[in-house]
Design a protein around this ligand. Structure first.
Ligand code: THU
Length: 157
């Protein structure tokens, strides 16, 4: 038998330690939570994707009475970016959330498994790592790539 290990590094920042570009993306993600439609969960998620053409595309979770028809903030941003700017590469994504108290959640939010797989598609398409900024009330985790968040991702290539 052989044992393999898999691990990844991420940085933990205070907002003030971020670069101007990172701050702008974080601000977008936080603002996007106010465009969430979450009458069922009351969990308001915002995402912002920086593209290689300099555009920032925002997304917010959109829920539905038929629950499975709803979608996460990350995928709403990611599919819109792919549909509107098919030639642009994803560079970074920031994700924020507010809970039923309406305040931003204390611990940095982490994307669900389906969103990780969806985002990985665009990281592979871009051919460069896509930085992921996971936003908490005080701390922001900076992960270097989507792949770091999804070991053993499904891949057909
Ligand atoms: N949600 C997101 O938008 N992103 C995530 O990464 C996790 C969950 C949404 C889905 C649903 O509208 C609400 O949060 C509660 O799960």
């Amino acid at each position: 038998m052989k044992t393999n290990t898999s691990s990844f590094e991420y940085n933990v920042f205070d907002y003030n330690e971020l670069s101007d570009a990172q701050k702008e993306l974080v601000d977008h993600a936080r603002k996007a939570t106010y465009r969430s439609y979450a009458p069922y969960s009351n969990f308001k998620v915002g995402a912002a994707i920086l593209l290689s053409n300099g555009v920032i595309v925002d997304g917010a979770n959109q829920e539905n009475a038929a629950f499975s028809a709803g979608t996460c903030a990350e995928r709403s941003a990611c599919f819109y970016a792919g549909a509107e700017y098919p030639d642009a590469k994803f560079k970074a994504i920031a994700i924020a959330a507010r809970d039923h108290t309406d305040d931003f959640i204390e611990n940095p939010i982490s994307p669900c498994g389906v969103c990780r797989q969806a985002l990985l598609e665009y990281e592979n398409k871009a051919g460069n790592p896509v930085e992921v900024l996971l936003i908490g009330r005080d701390k922001i985790y900076a992960v270097k790539s989507i792949r770091d968040l999804l070991p053993f991702a499904f891949s057909e290539f």
